[in-house]
Design a binder for this molecule. Structure first.
Ligand code: DAH
Length: 336
């Protein structure tokens, strides 16, 4: 019996080491350990072994079985490794993988996030309003009379219902003040729409950030200090900024703000990036009258509306605003 065990084990090891693939290995397993396998048959001899020898023979059988099983596992691992190597033969797995082109944020989103971050740090909170607006919030509340050119059909997209695509984010000034008591310190990034001919510095759908600060004894100095600080935080301390007197119906006095654009291959030129001014008392009166709440008696404040496309142009020296809507990846990839 002992010799038989040693012999069947030696044979088993030999067969296993010669199994050339998974199929042959499985056949070897059946031939050795299957119901009629060589090892199984030797094992069945146990019943004829004298009682006193059973423990010794049993231990030998177990040891042999363990070794056969280990040899089987080892051969399986070898064959698996061979199959894996064959599957990738001719492939250099150390080459870098094929990368998919990754998207990135549009420059308008980048500059908006940066601008909002700076303004929030200064104490402004976010406000919102609809892009489809009524004439009251877009014009009447903001002291813009019916015969004002901005209200002309030629300049504004009207719906048959009389509603319109807001021409400015200043609508949000009215929307906030009709609900909220002062002090007010809000910003609103958003889209605005005008029937403008598209050229190097104009789009008909564009983006602004509106700002409104209302309290008591707010001054032009606060306005100027706030916006200069903002522009320098965004563009750097050396940024050239100028305030020009202007007219807006909803502010008095009013200003336009220019920043020097230094685009590659072009003479530096002043670009208008924002309108601003001290809130016209007529606006407070309109809103108090409409809301019936008289929140704004005795208040002063400043407001501003910044063009986001213009900010992006200055931030990166972009010479033509149309590049921002053409979706040319050669242009957009530069911002990733
Ligand atoms: N709404 C103006 C525009 O779109 C910009 C503007 C000017 C906004 C003065 C303001 C302001 O808040 O005070 O041209």
């Amino acid at each position: 019996m002992k010799e038989q065990i040693a012999q069947v084990q030696a044979e088993a090891m030999e067969i296993l080491s010669k199994a050339a693939d998974m199929k042959e290995l499985e056949q070897a397993r059946v031939a050795i350990l299957g119901k009629k396998g060589t090892f199984t048959r030797v094992q069945q001899g146990m019943k004829d072994v004298p009682k006193e020898e059973k423990p010794v023979v049993g231990a030998l059988l177990n040891a042999a079985r363990t070794e056969i099983a280990a040899a089987m596992d080892q051969r399986l691992a070898e064959l698996q490794a061979q199959a894996d190597a064959a599957a990738v033969s001719g492939v250099d797995i150390t080459l870098p993988g094929a990368t998919l082109p990754a998207g990135g944020l549009h420059p308008i989103s980048l500059v908006r996030e940066e601008a909002v971050r700076i303004l929030r740090r200064m104490g402004f909170t976010l406000a919102d309003g609809p892009e489809i607006e009524d004439e009251w919030h877009c014009f009447d509340a903001l002291n813009t009379p019916t015969d004002h050119p901005a209200r002309n059909e030629k300049d504004t997209f009207y719906f048959d219902s009389g509603k319109l695509l807001r021409t400015q984010t200043s609508t949000v000034q009215a929307r906030v003040m009709e609900k909220q008591a002062p002090p007010v310190r809000i910003i609103c990034p958003g889209s605005a729409f005008r029937r403008d001919a598209i050229d190097a510095t104009h789009l008909s759908a564009f983006n602004q950030i509106e700002g409104l600060y209302v309290d008591r004894e707010v001054s032009v100095g606060d306005l100027k200090g706030t916006l200069e600080y903002f522009l320098k935080a965004l563009f750097g301390d050396e940024t050239a900024v100028r305030f020009r007197p202007h007219f807006f119906p909803f502010t008095e006095p009013s200003f336009e703000i220019d920043v020097l654009l230094q685009a590659a291959g072009q003479e530096p030129r002043w670009i208008e990036i924002a309108g601003c001014g001290m809130v016209n008392p007529a606006v407070f009166e309109n809103i108090d009258l409409e809301s019936g709440k008289n929140f704004y008696v005795g208040c002063t404040g400043f407001a501003f509306g910044i063009g986001l496309e213009r900010l992006a142009m200055i931030r990166w020296g972009i010479r033509d605003i149309r590049l921002l809507i053409e979706n040319d990846v050669r242009f957009l990839a530069q911002f990733q």
